[in-house]
Design a protein around this ligand. Structure first.
Ligand SMILES: [Zn+2]
Length: 175
């Protein structure tokens, strides 16, 4: 079993593909690459010159990093060819697409929160209504008990006095 050689990436495909940072391997860095450090985690990154001025994600920490523009060069120097423009456009589109996905996620979260709040409000209203009707029922019961108690007192007042308690029968003799 032998190792298959890596399929070489054509120059065309390399230019058409998305701009992405790579881990630093000095032997592989073409002299045209921009080498810089991630400001978040200090990881050494290298990227093709057409990445100058773009925002990429650090391969190590994933934070967005702006690729520096090499000294003595202006960003316009990298906008010369249609290939470079299309690479930048693709990168921008990907960033935009990520942002749109994030916006959609946030909108879904906001909608879910609004629904939750509405549900909570409904539940609270229902609970308040239940408590209020319990209070009414309790008040009615108390009034009814008071009325019943008052009637009972009246009835007792009108009633003939109870017969005298019969005298206690003699206790049976102990065995
Ligand atoms: Zn980093």
């Amino acid at each position: 079993m032998s190792d298959l050689p890596e399929t070489p990436v054509s120059e065309q495909a390399r230019h058409a593909g998305p701009v992405s940072s790579r881990e630093l391997d000095p032997e592989e860095i073409p002299s045209t690459d921009i080498v810089f450090e991630c400001p978040h985690c200090a990881k050494s990154l290298s990227i093709d010159q057409r990445g100058a001025g773009l925002v990429i994600r650090c391969t190590q920490c994933g934070e967005p990093v702006t690729v520096p523009i090499p000294e003595g060069m202006a960003i316009e120097d990298f906008d010369a060819t249609p290939e470079e423009l299309s690479a930048q456009l693709l990168n921008t589109r990907q960033t935009l697409s990520r942002a749109q996905r994030r916006i959609a996620e946030l909108e879904a979260e906001v909608a879910a929160f609004a629904a939750f709040r509405e549900e909570t409000k409904r539940a609270r209203t229902a609970a308040e209504e239940a408590v209020s009707s319990l209070r009414l029922a309790l008040a009615r019961t108390l009034r009814e008990q008071e009325a019943a108690f008052a009637s009972a007192k009246e009835a007792l007042a009108l009633a003939v006095p109870p017969p005298p308690v019969p005298e206690k029968a003699a206790e049976p003799a102990k065995a």
